[in-house]
Ligand binder design. Structure first.
Ligand code: AQP
Length: 347
């Protein structure tokens, strides 16, 4: 294992990665660059579990006729991006009951005030918090359970999940302290990339690219073909000025910052290098280059995804096998947790 990946706060725990993506429609470039691309590389560093988090998806209304297909689509994206199901564990959250069960136990450890500070609930509920499901409010506790059910030490996520991960750390620490079980749960560390931690909406650089945005032009879907990718990037909002010659300028130009960030992440170079290459040119010169690069990197993934999606039986077999392997890790940890709480049957 790469030494830099050891969890310094929880050295007694074997390094293990857990992360997930919700099977809400339209998996996009942000999910890929912020999360899935890192899943692919980290699987070679340590034991990894990648989950399709359908229990999270139902915190907002989902169409029962589409949920299973959306679940297979995320699994197809994992496989198409290069996650190896022989090496990593790929599975569906609702097929391992330990997630929901541990979430209840951790609900009794987490504090209302901690959850009330979560900005994603505020963003998603807006003015309508009274009408939102209790599940949406409780989402971060379920996320803590997802991670701690495997005593995961590392969690590759986009920047938007940083606050939830901090909460998972607080919950782990509080459980260990309440039940006098020093070091029982690890302090999971976020793995957040430098260049693509928050990909923004292509039409509004102040909003993150999101699956649930009604505007198709706001995001690149992983299922988009070359023509759609090109069209969306060429129509992406910019401004009237030429390409900057200094990254410091990007702070005041969110849409341009976003496109340069996408280029940097896809080309695996820094924003500084992109700025240097295109300084002073017009967007008419930059956008076609960005579109070509995106098509070059994303088209093979879309093509592979389509192949996997055409064979749901193969996906289901992988997910079933993954669930068995996931349960083998999670169930003993759940039992140990119950023992510490003092439940009947464990005394
Ligand atoms: N725009 C983004 N840039 C970088 N990373 C992102 N992620 C999401 N959006 C971006 C990361 O993708 C992983 C999976 O996200 P998720 O499906 O669990 O939920 P989300 O963060 O709520 O994503 P969306 O796309 O905004 O979905 P909806 O619209 O359904 O809520 C996470 O690691 C996330 O950080």
């Amino acid at each position: 294992m790469n030494e830099t990946l050891a969890n310094k706060e929880s050295p007694q725990h074997s390094p293990r990665v857990f992360s997930g993506v919700q099977p809400t429609a339209n998996i996009h470039l942000g999910n890929y660059l912020g999360a899935i691309k890192r899943f692919v590389s980290v699987q070679h560093e340590m034991e990894s579990l990648f989950c399709v988090v359908d229990l999270h998806a139902i915190t907002m209304p989902q169409d029962p006729k589409k949920l299973a297909a959306q679940t297979r689509e995320i699994a197809a994206a994992y496989l198409a991006a290069g996650i190896d199901p022989e090496k990593s564990i790929i599975f569906v959250q609702s097929s391992v009951s330990a997630h929901a069960e541990l979430a209840w136990l951790l609900n009794c450890v987490a504090r209302m005030g901690w959850l009330e500070r979560m900005t994603q609930f505020k963003d998603k509920s807006g003015e309508n918090s009274e009408r939102m499901s209790v599940g949406l409010f409780d989402y971060p506790v379920l996320m803590a359970a997802d991670i701690l059910a495997y005593k995961a030490t590392h969690v590759p996520v986009g920047d938007d999940q940083k606050q939830h991960l901090e909460l998972a750390r607080d919950i782990a620490q509080r459980f260990n302290s309440d039940f006098k079980a020093k070091g029982f749960f690890p302090q999971p560390e976020p793995l957040i990339g430098a260049e693509a931690s928050r990909i923004m909406n292509l039409q509004d650089g102040t909003k993150k690219m999101s699956k649930s945005d009604a505007a198709e032009n706001s995001r690149i879907n992983l299922t988009d073909d070359a023509e759609q990718i090109s069209k969306k990037l060429k129509r992406a909002k910019t401004d009237l000025f030429p390409m900057p010659d200094d990254v410091a300028e990007l702070k005041a130009r969110p849409e341009v910052d976003n496109l340069i960030g996408i280029y940097a992440a896809l080309a695996e170079i820094t924003k500084e290098a992109v700025v240097k290459e295109f300084a002073g040119l017009g967007f008419g010169a930059f956008k076609p280059k960005l579109a070509d690069l995106a098509v070059d990197k994303l088209s093979p993934i879309s093509a592979e995804m389509r192949k996997f999606m055409a064979d749901p039986t193969q996906i289901d077999k992988i997910l079933e096998k993954g669930a068995i392997r996931a349960r083998e890790i999670a169930m003993p940890i759940l039992q140990e947790t119950k023992n510490l709480i003092g439940f009947w049957g464990a005394d």
